[in-house]
Design a protein around this ligand. Structure first.
Ligand SMILES: [Fe+2]
Length: 145
């Protein structure tokens, strides 16, 4: 464990450097906040933002970890948590307990959230949909002029 002070220019936006094969999302960009290195992998804190229009979302999955929260900084995202549609907007905090079945299926063009998880290199598994879960259609992003 060591002190860390990460400035916005210290780490670049890009693909999730810690994603495993079931957690590769090319429709999002990530910025490492230096916490993985500072905590020797105990905790990961990263920013996540929308990169391209939602299509198939994350699919149904859960994570093998001890702690996981999402704090929405800008915009919004729609999740399925078990069979419930949940709108997570700027200013909202979500605690995702270990093993929770979820599916991030829609998000705004300006979506940006802080994700904190422990251990930092947690596992992800694709899972079968919960009984009765129905994914609503996703919104279409406005086209740029
Ligand atoms: Fe997830």
């Amino acid at each position: 464990m060591k002190f860390s002070h990460n400035k916005p220019t210290d780490t670049a936006w890009g693909p999730d450097p810690y994603a495993d094969k079931d957690r590769i999302r090319d429709f999002f960009e990530y910025r490492d906040l230096g916490i993985m290195e500072a905590t020797d992998g105990l905790v990961n804190a990263q920013l996540v933002r929308a990169k391209s229009q939602p299509v198939d979302g994350t699919g149904w999955h859960n994570h093998q970890l001890n702690f996981h929260i999402v704090y929405m900084i800008k915009g919004w995202a729609k999740f399925m948590y078990d069979d419930k549609v949940t709108l997570v907007e700027a200013g909202d905090t979500v605690h995702q307990q270990p093993g929770l079945k979820h599916f991030l299926f829609d998000y705004s063009p300006d979506m940006e959230y802080l994700e904190i998880a422990s251990p930092g290199n947690f596992g992800t598994k694709h899972v079968t949909p919960p009984e009765g879960a129905v994914i609503p259609p996703v919104g279409i992003w406005p086209t740029k002029e």
